[in-house]
Design a protein around this ligand. Structure first.
Ligand code: FA5
Length: 332
């Protein structure tokens, strides 16, 4: 009989040595020293052992039990030290299947990059709400009651609140007004954000898009400062060879006003691309926010961010930016 105990001990020891994970150790424990394990079965056999051999067998059995329990504790400590308490150790330096990595949307990255360039030129960030009132979207921007820009067909009106008509802002120029209403002069800010227009979707138009607005109001600001700022931006963002062209235009809130074109390389070819509008802040706008136009002058510009991203990344259809097709977005 003791011989059986010896072979049971060596069998148990071999199985314990082979148990290399916490799960395997649990299985070993219940197979050998658990409530209905092998040791219990062997103990139950004690009653069949001849009477004269019982004390020796009983003693050996107790030794075996103590030895297996001690061996289990030691092995468990060993496995925990290498596998950790929760599972096997994974060698993270081993090559494995690459994880599908997420990334920021190309528009979010473009916005950050643009803000970064203007930040280096000393512009701080300003913001305003997307649901605006007529004062900030039109009136203070020198757009009279009768102006066609206020037509219901050109705007997303949201109903009235407290007698004030609300609408989704059609341009970030609203933030010019908000900045001048709340900040001390001089002001040098940029604002980015969503704007909304009921435009028909095509390759270059969407009903929701993003603009970046710039506003600099100080004593003695001139058109030359405006052009220098836009040129610096174009060269920093599109490359040292980029150029800026201003074509005479009209906006109610700037005088004089201009369209901003930037010359950039698109698929190896240099092209002029219209990005937005700009001009010197109209004295009527300054007066609307109690800034004396005799003392202060300012420039403002507003550029379409989708157009910038499309040019920079060679995207030929604005709709792709909003379809959220991972196969498209993954390319940037
Ligand atoms: C404006 O929105 C003026 N607020 C710009 C401005 C600011 C002028 C400050 C003077 C001073 P405009 O409507 O042209 O201007 O729009 C500016 C740019 O927004 C366009 O050049 C274009 O890049 C972009 N844009 C306009 N409509 C859409 C559209 N439906 N989808 C995508 N981008 C558009």
């Amino acid at each position: 009989m003791p011989a059986d105990l010896d072979s049971a001990q060596s069998e148990a020891s071999a199985a314990l040595a082979a148990a290399g994970t916490l799960d395997a150790l649990d299985a070993w424990k219940s197979a050998w020293i658990g409530g209905s394990g092998r040791l219990k079965t062997i103990m139950a056999g004690l009653k069949d052992v001849p009477k004269d051999q019982k004390p020796a067998f009983g003693k050996r059995l107790n030794e075996l039990k103590a030895a297996l329990e001690a061996a289990y504790d030691a092995r468990r400590a060993e496995v925990e030290a290498t596998a950790g308490p929760r599972g096997p150790v994974i060698d993270v330096t081993e090559p494995g299947a690459p994880l599908a990595e997420g990334r920021r949307h190309v528009l979010s990255r473009t916005i950050d990059e643009i803000i970064d360039v203007f930040g280096r030129m000393g512009f701080t960030l300003a913001e305003g709400p997307e649901v605006e009132d007529e004062w900030h979207n039109f009136t203070a921007l020198n757009i009279p009651e009768s102006h066609p820009a206020r037509d219901a067909t050109d705007n997303f009106y949201m109903g009235e609140q407290g007698g004030v008509k609300r609408l989704l802002r059609t341009q970030t120029s609203t933030v010019q007004i908000r900045a001048m209403e709340t900040r001390p002069l001089p002001i040098k800010v940029v604002a980015t954000g969503r704007v909304y227009r009921p435009d028909t979707h095509d390759a270059t138009h969407y009903s929701m898009f993003h603009q970046i607005e710039g506003l600099y109001v100080d004593r003695g600001v001139t058109m030359a400062d405006l052009k220098t700022t836009l040129v610096q931006f174009a060269k920093a963002y599109f490359g040292a060879e980029a150029e800026v062209r201003m074509r005479p235009s009209f906006f109610p809130f700037t005088e004089p006003s201009a369209e901003v074109d930037m010359k950039m390389r698109i698929r190896g070819e240099w092209k002029w691309v219209e990005l937005g509008g700009c001009g010197m802040v109209d004295p009527n706008v300054l007066r609307a926010v109690n800034v004396d136009p005799e003392e202060w002058t300012g420039f403002a510009f507003g550029l379409g961010i989708e157009r910038i991203a499309m040019r920079r990344y060679g995207i030929s259809d604005i709709r792709w930016l909003f379809e959220n097709d991972a196969r498209f977005l993954r390319q940037f």
